[in-house]
Design a binder for this molecule. Structure first.
Ligand code: SAM
Length: 243
């Protein structure tokens, strides 16, 4: 009786752990955001299992049914279309309900888009905030105003058709000297990471037809004078611990 959350590749099919494959093989059933997408992966891995749909539109209704299934002794694995379930994907409601019912929950470590994007950015990775997708309309302006004061590195998921608008708003709210990066198509054939100030990145993408999946990483606000500089190295962190 257990719920596993199993990360799956964000592009390159080799990015799945041996343990993830074993858990998928051993589970009584697999819940998938899109059964066709996950069906392709499972076929590639040679796994044939009952595959049920679990997506954002039926999440609320199906949670209780799944909890009851697990309580009856089943082991269920949840996967999303790509990356780690519950990270800008369905999963949180099921995890919370399982925990409320004293069902053991285990999320395997594995692929997720924001970690390689953060590390590739070259911006401080010691403290960061993952913002996922910004609200499209209601609350967007307030969120941008709040984030203008954020000193930690910020990570955003974005779709290609909104990229330029979002970068322009970042420049408007955060200032045009902020450094940033856009990682596109991570782990895939046309992977690229573009780094620079916000206007430099806007100029780069304004020239192109923007395609694929994207993660934006933006430098946090410089701390006010007198506060500790934030470009901390590992050595700085160790030094702090010795203080
Ligand atoms: N659960 C996923 C994870 O762990 O990263 C995120 C799913 S969310 C619905 C999809 C978004 O993740 C995309 O719009 C994009 O912002 C980001 N993403 C996923 N795969 C990516 C990739 N290969 N390269 C860049 N961004 C990616």
């Amino acid at each position: 009786m257990k719920l596993y959350l199993v990360p799956t590749p964000i592009g390159n099919l080799e990015d799945i752990t041996l343990r993830a494959i074993n858990i998928l093989k051993e589970a009584d059933a697999i819940l998938a955001e899109d059964t066709r997408t996950s069906g392709v992966l499972l076929k590639h891995l040679g796994i044939s299992k009952p595959l049920h749909s679990y997506h954002i539109f039926n999440e609320h209704q199906t949670v209780q049914r799944i909890v009851n299934q697990i309580k009856s002794g089943k082991t269920i694995a949840l996967v999303s279309d790509a990356g780690t379930p519950a990270i800008s994907d369905p999963g949180f409601l099921l995890v919370r309900e399982c925990l409320r019912n004293e069902i053991p929950v285990e999320c395997l470590p594995g692929p997720t888009a924001f970690v390689p994007a953060l590390v590739n950015s070259g911006l401080p990775a010691d403290r960061f905030t993952f913002e996922g997708f910004l609200p499209h309309k209601k609350g967007r302006q307030t969120r941008l105003q709040e984030l203008a004061q954020e000193e930690r590195t910020m990570i955003f998921y974005e779709s290609p058709h909104r990229l330029l608008k979002t970068l322009e708003q970042f420049a408007q709210y955060f200032g045009s000297d902020r450094l940033a990066s856009v990682s596109r198509e991570l782990t895939k054939v046309y992977e690229e990471t573009v780094r620079g100030t916000l206007p430099e990145i806007i100029a780069y993408f304004a020239e192109k037809t923007i395609k694929g999946e994207l993660v934006i990483v933006v430098q946090g606000k410089e701390p006010e004078k007198g506060k500790r500089k934030r470009d901390r190295s590992t050595a700085d962190v160790e030094e702090d611990e010795d203080e």
